[in-house]
Every structure is written in structure tokens, then in C-alpha cells.
Design a protein around this ligand. Structure first.
Ligand code: FES
Length: 156
């Protein structure tokens, strides 16, 4: 009669211990890996920033800007170029170039909106007229209330 049939294989307890240790080591490795990867993931993930909703923005008094000048204002989180033309009218456009997102500026010497990154040019209606910009600048609206100049954007 074989006694191992009743008691079991002499290797069974060792095998069980080995599997248990392998299980523990595997779990430790997984925990170590998570402790490395998780902080890196959170470091690389950009923080969630709420978009500031702005429907209109006072940019100054009518006489504050000289004719043939421009200035950049922040409309929420977006830069907007406000231009006062030679005729004294106000106009406003997105200040983000439609080529590669550089910030445009008003150039009095050209009488145009200019992007210094790649010599892109827009006319005073925001139309792309020269250089690499593929599309016109987005328009903002201007309202004069009393002597305040207000920039606003249609939500439609
Ligand atoms: S980013 Fe404005 S012309 Fe290239």
C-alpha cells in the first residue's frame, strides 16, 4: 500500500508555499509599478481649468485709444485685438493667428493686422490677405455705450 495516496505528495506543501510567495511578489511588483506610474500620470495630465465665460468686456473710453492703433485685451481666456481705424471706428478680432496660433498685432505702418511669426497679414476686416494664414480672423462686435467701448461676441 502506498502511503503517499493517503497523506498526499511530499512536494505539495513546498509547492503551495512557492505559489504563495510568487503571488506575494507579483502583488508587490504590481503595487510598486502603480506607485511609480500613478504620480507620473497625474503629473502629465493637465489640470482641469474652468473656462471663464465672458459675454462682454469694457476696453476703455472712446478717446483712450489713438486713431490707427491697436491693443490686445483678454476676453475671458482668449486674446482679442481691438483696433481703432484712421476714421476713428473701433473693430475687434480674435488675436490668434489662423496659421499656427501666434498672437497678431496692428501695424500702423502697414495699416493692417500683422503676424510676426511667418509674415502673415490681414486687412482691417480680418480677412487673410497675405502670407500663410489660411482663414480670416474671427470677428468680435463693438458697442459704444456712453463713452465706453465694449467688446462682445455673438454666441450664435
Ligand atoms: S502663425 Fe501667423 S503667419 Fe504663421
Amino acid at each position: 500500500m502506498n502511503s503517499s495516496n493517503h497523506i498526499g505528495s511530499p512536494e505539495s506543501p513546498k509547492k503551495g508555499r512557492r505559489e504563495f510567495i510568487n503571488y506575494l511578489l507579483g502583488g508587490s511588483f504590481a503595487a510598486w509599478l502603480i506607485s511609480i506610474v500613478y504620480p507620473i500620470y497625474h503629473f502629465l495630465e493637465p489640470p482641469k481649468v474652468e473656462e471663464v465665460k465672458v459675454s462682454n468686456l469694457k476696453v476703455g473710453k472712446v478717446g483712450d485709444m489713438e486713431k490707427e492703433s491697436g491693443k490686445i485685451v483678454k476676453f475671458g481666456s482668449k486674446p482679442v485685438l481691438v483696433v481703432r481705424t484712421a476714421a476713428g471706428d473701433y473693430k475687434a478680432f480674435s488675436a490668434t493667428c489662423t496659421h499656427l496660433d501666434c498672437i497678431v498685432q496692428y501695424r500702423k505702418d502697414y495699416g493692417q493686422i500683422y503676424c510676426a511669426c511667418h509674415n502673415g497679414r490681414y486687412d482691417l476686416n480680418g480677412r487673410n490677405i497675405s502670407g500663410p494664414p489660411p482663414a480670416p480672423l474671427a470677428k468680435y462686435n463693438i458697442a459704444i455705450k456712453g463713452d465706453e467701448v465694449i467688446v462682445f461676441k455673438d454666441e450664435s
